[in-house]
Design a protein around this ligand. Structure first.
Ligand SMILES: [Zn+2]
Length: 313
């Protein structure tokens, strides 16, 4: 009797577990499958969105994408190697609010993105040119600049110099400095600037491509590129303080497109507004022109040197 009852109970349990698994799977798949555009609300298949480089097929809204997706889009055949960096101590201020401890926030961001910080870097080929690419990930604490992110960018510059790559590009989608790290986050401003300086001293072209570029990032390495490129769209931002803060300070209404790509291009702060599908070609073309120019200059210097040598002999 007990044996018969046990068998039925165990089969029911098995069926229940299978049902739960299939329900969970279905929910996850559906979340991946359908996406809606925050701008025009169009619903479309996730697969189509991926094929269109996460740009809305109807209104051209550029989604904020992960660092991993950036690298896959930017590097030839989606092939790249992640650059490993020194791990720093976390949460120097032991910061916590009534709602959450920063330490726990970091833990969940790491789990969500599989990254150690909001900015990570990779090395690969872009239209056959060796390049280093750093990228913020908005899913990691809103892409805020922490000590580890600053360290990662600085080491990406060191790596670029050591490996004599053709250029370094940084893709910025950030909420500014990580306030939970206070001064330690602000120290990343001079540190990242030193990284950019290292690139300039070694004649490595440096590109800034931004979707959202504000606060401590726009006030440091986010505004020091040889070329500043912005993704198009009303929701892209380039500035220091946010629109509401500026409006509150000057007590004057601001244009609707204030700080967005269409406005910033008129101010001279950026060089061009470039669709995501064109960024790779635009950057690699500019790098080729710059390298050719450098080679031409080098040849002229060598010719002049030879001429001077001949005259002295
Ligand atoms: Zn749209």
């Amino acid at each position: 009797m007990t044996n018969w009852l046990d068998k039925i109970l165990s089969k029911a349990k098995e069926a229940g577990a299978k049902l739960t698994d299939s329900f969970k799977k279905k929910t996850i798949e559906n979340a991946d499958l359908w996406s809606s555009c925050p701008e025009c609300k169009k619903m479309f298949l996730g697969k189509q969105l991926k094929e269109n480089m996460y740009v809305c097929t109807q209104c051209d809204y550029h989604f904020r994408i992960s660092a991993n997706e950036r690298f896959k889009i930017f590097f030839d055949n989606s092939q790249f190697e992640m650059i490993q960096t020194k791990r720093l101590a976390e949460d120097p201020n032991k910061f916590k609010t009534e709602l959450k401890a920063y330490k726990d926030q970091l833990k969940s961001a790491k789990r969500k993105t599989n990254q150690i910080a909001s900015l990570v870097s990779a090395h690969g080929k872009v239209n056959s040119l060796e390049m280093v690419c750093s990228s913020f990930d908005f899913n990691f604490n809103g892409g805020t600049l922490s000590m580890q992110s600053g360290q990662n960018f600085y080491e990406a510059c060191e790596y670029a110099v050591k490996n004599k790559v053709s250029a370094l590009a940084v893709f910025i989608t950030t909420g500014g400095a990580a306030l939970q790290e206070n001064l330690f986050a602000l120290y990343q401003m001079p540190k990242t600037i030193l990284g950019v300086q290292m690139l300039k001293e070694n004649k490595i072209p440096y590109f800034v491509v931004a979707n959202v570029n504000i606060g401590g990032v726009s006030a440091s390495f986010g505004s020091l590129g040889d070329f500043h490129i912005m993704e198009p769209g009303k929701k892209t931002i380039w500035g220091f303080a946010g629109k509401r803060v500026v409006q509150g300070t000057i007590s004057e209404p601001l244009p609707d497109d204030f700080q967005s790509a269409s406005h910033v291009i008129t101010t001279g702060a950026i060089d061009m507004v470039t669709h995501r599908k064109d960024q790779k070609n635009v950057i690699s073309n500019l790098v080729s022109i710059l390298l050719k120019k450098q080679n031409v200059q080098q040849t002229i210097v060598e010719e002049k040197f030879e001429e001077a040598k001949a005259v002295n002999q």
